[in-house]
Ligand binder design. Structure first.
Ligand SMILES: C[S@@+](CC[C@H](N)C(=O)[O-])C[C@H]1O[C@@H](n2cnc3c(N)ncnc32)[C@H](O)[C@@H]1O
Length: 289
């Protein structure tokens, strides 16, 4: 057996392991993780792997070290990481990209999860991958050169124009949904939306539990209504351009209050009774009904 065949087996085992935290198995997500080569995106090893609160360099450049449920530093000095595989498996399962669909991936980094999404939509679908950081966006574009179903671009994913999408997969912490994400979500489309307060990333001197700092919501568009449900706690790199002080204040207060699991709807106005809302901002809300 040659090295690539060995790694193919390792990858299949990894794909199975990272599905364990999902409540229900998702064979399509597992199949994508079983074939996409993480080492093809993260550059030459050894790699910095996040172990509890510090990076540990892998003993060698053997790609086998990448097939664990761990964050890998992309720019470790900025705590900018390739995200945790089991979290992404769960969020991608919730987004459920189907063959032929258009996925917009915001905060694509160097593209490992873009490649998972591209595998799921197949050659009849496409992924628009947007990355804010210039250096990472260059690597992203190079990683997909010659792959026609992925278009990579550099820019602010909260502002940049894109075609209507079946899935919008946001991989950076926002304080509110950008208007363009809700405007461009097709009927039946799914938005994966990480909301984080300023305590959601980096230092945590007050040792606040993760649930009080960040939450990922799954939003589904039904005509002009937006159904919403809490998917996961999260700590994630901030989204440039989609954070403002007023929204952060309202969000932080909502985290203090608790009750995010009961959210069922997102509204694009704030004209709601306070008791109906988990989060009630002047022009948007996450509500219980
Ligand atoms: C947590 S990292 C995730 C990278 C990638 N998804 C991965 O797991 O490998 C978040 C990424 O979002 C990017 N980012 C932040 N704000 C952004 C914005 N407004 N538009 C596009 N990308 C953004 C950052 O530069 C960073 O690469």
């Amino acid at each position: 057996m040659d090295r690539e065949q060995e790694l193919a087996i390792v990858r299949r085992a990894y794909a199975k392991q990272i599905m364990v935290p999902l409540k229900a198995a998702d064979p399509r997500v597992e199949a994508a993780f079983a074939v996409v080569r993480r080492e093809a995106f993260l550059g030459p090893g050894p790699w910095p792997i996040l172990h509890f609160d510090r990076y540990v360099t892998t003993p060698s450049d053997d790609p086998v070290y990448l097939y664990q449920d761990a964050l890998v530093g992309i720019i470790p000095e900025r705590s900018l990481n390739n995200g945790q595989p089991s979290l992404h498996a769960m969020l991608i399962a919730a987004a459920a990209p189907r063959p032929g669909e258009h996925v917009v991936h915001i905060g694509a980094g160097v593209g490992y999860y873009t490649a998972i999404l591209a595998h799921m939509v197949g050659e009849s679908g496409r992924v628009t991958a947007i990355e804010f950081d210039g250096g990472l966006a260059e690597q992203l574009a190079a990683n997909f050169a010659g792959q026609p179903n992925v278009r990579a671009s550099q820019g602010d994913g909260a502002q940049i124009e894109f075609d209507p999408a079946d899935v919008i997969y946001v991989n950076a912490g926002t304080t509110r949904p950008a208007d363009i994400w809700l405007d461009r979500l097709k009927d039946g489309g799914r938005l994966i939306l990480p909301l984080t307060s300023d305590k959601g990333f980096g230092e945590n001197p007050e040792n606040i539990p993760i649930q009080r700092r960040g939450a990922v919501f799954g939003i589904v568009r039904r005509s002009n209504e937006f159904l919403a449900r809490w998917l996961s706690a999260v700590a994630i790199f901030p989204c440039e351009g989609a954070r403002d002080a007023e929204s952060e204040r309202v969000l932080a207060a909502a985290f203090e209050k608790g009750g995010w699991e009961q959210v069922t709807r997102l509204y694009r106005h704030g004209d709601l009774a306070a008791e109906q809302c988990w989060l009630n901002a002047p022009d948007w809300a996450l509500a219980y009904a």
